[in-house]
Ligand binder design. Structure first.
Ligand SMILES: [Zn+2]
Length: 369
């Protein structure tokens, strides 16, 4: 397991290292880590007594962000750290007390959360024990109370399950939930894994779509509608692949998911990397290593390697208001991943982790599996 090492919050200079700047790799230079922040200036002008790490042959990436997970305990955060994932967006969880206990543990992966999602009574998601009755919204009249309860609990955004098998919110209820979210200054995130669910969520004006259709690929019109509205997409290709392999439901086809990402990307929709890592559903997805797989699947769906890296760094930081991370520059959180090789040549290089810093705390890498 990864271990927080002694002196984890000291001063460190990573020398001779190429830095991914969102487009390409800068020529080899030095990056300073001072406490929990990225420091100012070259090594010679930096703090004396810094630990020096020779980054020759390596690349420094901003700490990776997984934009769709479900985290239950600190061991999961520790594991995420060991794979270079330093921030996660939790997309449905249990009690507010549990979420609060995971939110900002010093030196461990930081977490934002939707808390309890809005689910239709009688739907598949209503049977998930971790969500329970707290998430049930049966009609438009219950939308405002649901959203104000989440806002009071500290939910960072509002998650709405659209198109769950068994039963589904009608259009008016989704509209009311999105309207209430916006009234409370929260982004509305829709779970939508069929074309009909995507259409319903778009009609309601959601800000974020997560998952992608497995029944058929999004067409150009749907992708153009997303782009025009400034909507963002967290496709969770890892989960879509897992669902097809594990459940084999008739009509489900991974190529529909992959081609949906291609259509959205070509239309200019911002794509964020998310895995749906979870330990509770019939389709479990592992924590941390899965994000590296997601990057590979995004490249397989047509993203350039640079855009796949941005999907896990500056784009989620920008779209979820995390102004203190996502890029490597002085003053930002010292969330960093030192890897071997060139991920712009081969995205699989992100798996070759030498060292991770999470809020300045050093972590040894975990091996795959
Ligand atoms: Zn999920």
């Amino acid at each position: 397991m990864s271990s927080m090492e002694a002196g984890a919050f000291g001063k460190t200079a990573v020398t001779n290292v190429r830095v991914f700047d969102g487009r390409g790799l800068r020529p080899p230079g030095t990056v300073l880590i001072e406490g929990d922040r990225i420091g100012e200036g070259p090594a010679g002008t930096g703090p004396s007594g810094a630990e020096v790490i020779d980054g020759a042959g390596g690349v420094l990436l901003p700490g990776l962000i997984d934009s769709h997970v479900h985290v239950r305990d600190q061991d999961m955060l520790r594991r995420l750290c060991g794979f270079g994932v330093t921030t996660v967006l939790d997309m449905a969880n249990g009690s507010p007390a549990l979420v609060d206990s995971l939110r900002t543990v010093p030196g461990l992966t930081a977490l934002l959360s939707a808390g309890t999602p809005a689910i239709a009574p009688g739907s598949l998601h209503a049977s998930f024990p971790v969500i329970g009755e707290r998430g049930l919204v049966k009609d438009p009249g219950q939308a405002e109370q649901f959203v104000s309860d989440r806002a009071a609990e500290g939910s960072d955004y509002i998650k709405i399950i659209v198109g769950s098998p068994g039963a589904d919110h009608d259009q008016a209820t989704v509209d009311a939930l999105v309207g209430a979210a916006h009234k409370h200054g929260k982004q509305a995130v829709a779970h939508a894994s069929s074309c009909a669910a995507v259409a319903k969520a778009q009609q309601a004006g959601v800000d974020v779509l997560t998952h992608v259709p497995l029944d058929q690929a999004l067409d150009q019109a749907a992708a153009a509608q997303m782009a025009a509205a400034g909507r963002i997409l967290i496709p969770t290709l890892t989960m879509m692949e897992t669902l097809v392999a594990l459940l084999g439901r008739p009509g489900d086809d991974y190529t529909a998911a992959r081609d949906s990402v291609g259509a959205a990307y070509r239309a200019g929709v911002p794509i964020l990397a998310g895995t749906d890592a979870n330990a509770d559903s019939p389709a479990a997805v592992s924590y941390g290593d899965s994000l590296h797989h997601e990057l590979e699947l995004l490249v397989g769906a047509g993203l350039s390697p640079a855009d796949a890296l941005r999907a896990a760094t500056d784009l989620p930081a920008r779209y979820f208001g995390l102004d203190d991370r996502g890029v490597i520059e002085p003053g930002r959180r010292a969330d960093l991943v030192l890897i071997d090789g060139d991920p712009l040549q081969d995205i699989r290089a992100t798996r070759s982790i030498r060292r991770v810093w999470c809020g300045g705390a050093g972590h040894a890498p975990l091996t795959q599996g």
